[in-house]
Design a protein around this ligand. Sequence first.
Ligand SMILES: NC(=O)c1ccc[n+]([C@@H]2O[C@H](COP(=O)([O-])OP(=O)(O)OC[C@H]3O[C@@H](n4cnc5c(N)ncnc54)[C@H](OP(=O)(O)O)[C@@H]3O)[C@@H](O)[C@H]2O)c1
Length: 267
Amino acid sequence: MDLGLKDKVVAITGGTSGIGEAVALAFAEEGAYVAVCGRSEEKLSRLKKKFEELGRPLYAEAADVGDLAALERFVRNAAAWQGHLDVFINNAGLNIRKYFEEYTPEEFDEIMNTDLKAVFFGTRYAAEEMRKCGGGAIINTSSFTALIPSGNVAPYSAAKAGVSNLTANLAASLAPDHIRVNAVVPGMTVTPLTEKNIAKNRETMLSAIPMRRFAAPDDLKGAYLFLASEVMAGYVSGISLVVAGAKFCAQDAAYGWKYRASEECRI
Ligand SMILES: NC(=O)c1ccc[n+]([C@@H]2O[C@H](COP(=O)([O-])OP(=O)(O)OC[C@H]3O[C@@H](n4cnc5c(N)ncnc54)[C@H](OP(=O)(O)O)[C@@H]3O)[C@@H](O)[C@H]2O)c1
């Protein structure tokens, strides 16, 4: 099915690794012009090479989204590249795992600046560009910790809860401008952000996921394509789309639900 994404300009913060990279490649496959930013020149070069091999155009810029001037520059440059900005994905994110009494004020600020403040201002800059062309779609990457906090990630959870709230809030504010704002809420996905924690706590973490597997970055891409597509989601705005292997559906997921009528489910 044609999602209507061909020749659209899709700008993704943190598009150089993990979920953002999988999403960048998925939009490229749909024929979109993809723009990404990230801090590491090495990751940017690696992605440029991948796009060259695919024969797809890429605009790649080194920018720290916690630096609002750099974030704004990236948004304006991505819009100027082809003369329009159609989809903006606030995806860059980082996490520091600690007991809450151990965070320094600087660490707290770094998490908030990257995971929440950049979403607020990135949306503002992107909306300014989208208004010039009659509308667009903004997609924020939230997290399941926004819904049910997990241990030792208090500032990250709070920032992501803020992202989910901002999503609804800004969807209403931008609806008159034909700009849709939605969020994707990934479940536990194997990326550089999580691989150490997964390696350490694999079985405990898996026991909370009824599907009994972690997501791969590719498991997320359909949600972003759907929310970006006017054809598929033209009337969808303000939602947080959970892609988490039924993680929130079972209060006793560890116990397992593979009963048969003849077995122990007879009470
Ligand atoms: N993996 C999961 O299980 C999971 C679950 C829920 C939500 N998420 C969210 O999904 C998003 C992507 O995470 P991921 O798992 O794909 O992690 P990842 O592989 O570490 O990718 C993070 C991306 O963000 C960029 N980034 C980080 N801080 C940045 C900054 N200050 N300025 C610009 N770019 C920055 C990174 O590039 P540089 O390092 O070069 O800057 C990288 O491209 C994040 O928002 C994360 O919170 C992930």
